[in-house]
Ligand binder design. Structure first.
Ligand SMILES: C[S@@+](CC[C@H](N)C(=O)[O-])C[C@H]1O[C@@H](n2cnc3c(N)ncnc32)[C@H](O)[C@@H]1O
Length: 251
């Protein structure tokens, strides 16, 4: 069984919300013939993975990173996270003997990640919007979860870590799309990108963020799989959660 085939056990050919609702998906997403499967996580399980001193659960489930690193990389390969957060991607990939490089805007999180990683591991305090200047490829795998926003009533700008009130959904998608273009350019031929993305529903307004991110990344990479992620207690704002798996077109 090839590496890709093993990861496909988790893939879904339909884009389904945690509550079973079928989601609108761009044509490029659909991959007929794939067995539907999903990750199923619990809030308690995610909380148990909180790094020391952290009081929220804005972090990836470690299993997602373990599976992606196993499937798409070999020992010594380079794994990137341009939105490093508390460092899940970097910590898990380091534990699996991969090289890592991450970018994080919030200095306190950079310090936290430095404490979690071996000395010398590359975690850069910087802005992912300058990724091309900050990081050199080739990168074998990027596993990331960008900061989210809803399309209306969201003045906080996700790409300043919500510190400024100039949030604008269209500009956010443009800037996120540019970061994903930089990731694509950093990937080696055959490299992969795994993005955690959710749809948001607030005050009766649906933001199809996962589809919008899929559409932006698909301008530069081929969408290979969409994997639904189910939660026992999803946050009230989350109408669907998924993982989007992209490959370089020459992969
Ligand atoms: C959803 S969290 C990532 C969590 C991470 N995957 C983990 O498991 O810990 C998004 C992160 O992106 C960071 N961020 C926001 N804007 C950024 C930017 N322009 N450049 C780099 N990091 C940014 C935020 O500070 C936040 O830590």
């Amino acid at each position: 069984m090839s590496a890709d085939q093993r990861f496909l056990r988790h893939s879904a050919h339909e884009f389904l919300a945690a509550n079973g609702t079928r989601l609108r998906a761009p044509a490029a997403i659909t991959q007929p013939g794939r067995v539907r499967a999903a990750y199923s996580f619990t809030s308690a399980g995610l909380a148990a993975q909180r790094p020391d001193g952290v009081v929220d659960d804005v972090h990836l489930c470690e299993q997602v990173v373990v599976d992606a690193v196993e499937e798409f990389t070999a020992v010594g390969d380079l794994v990137l996270d341009p939105f490093a957060g508390y460092g899940t991607t970097l910590v898990v990939a380091s534990r699996m003997d991969r090289q890592v490089v991450g970018v994080e805007l919030d200095e306190s999180k950079v310090e936290l990640i430095r404490r979690r990683l071996a000395p010398g591991a590359r975690i850069l305090h910087g802005d992912a919007r300058e990724l091309a200047r900050l990081v050199s490829g080739p990168v074998d795998l990027c596993v990331t979860s960008p900061p989210y926003m809803s399309s209306v009533d969201h003045p906080q700008n996700p790409l300043t870590a919500y510190r400024t009130l100039d949030g604008d959904y269209a500009r956010y998608l443009d800037e996120l799309g540019a970061i994903l273009a930089d990731v694509a350019a950093l990937l080696r031929p055959g490299g992969h990108l795994v993005v955690s993305a959710a749809n948001i529903e607030e005050n009766g307004v649906e933001t199809p963020l996962a589809q919008d991110i899929a559409e932006r990344a698909s301008r530069h990479l081929a969408l290979r799989q969409q994997i639904s992620v189910e939660w026992d207690h999803p946050p009230s704002w989350m109408s669907a959660d998924c993982l989007l798996v992209f490959g370089r077109p020459d992969a």
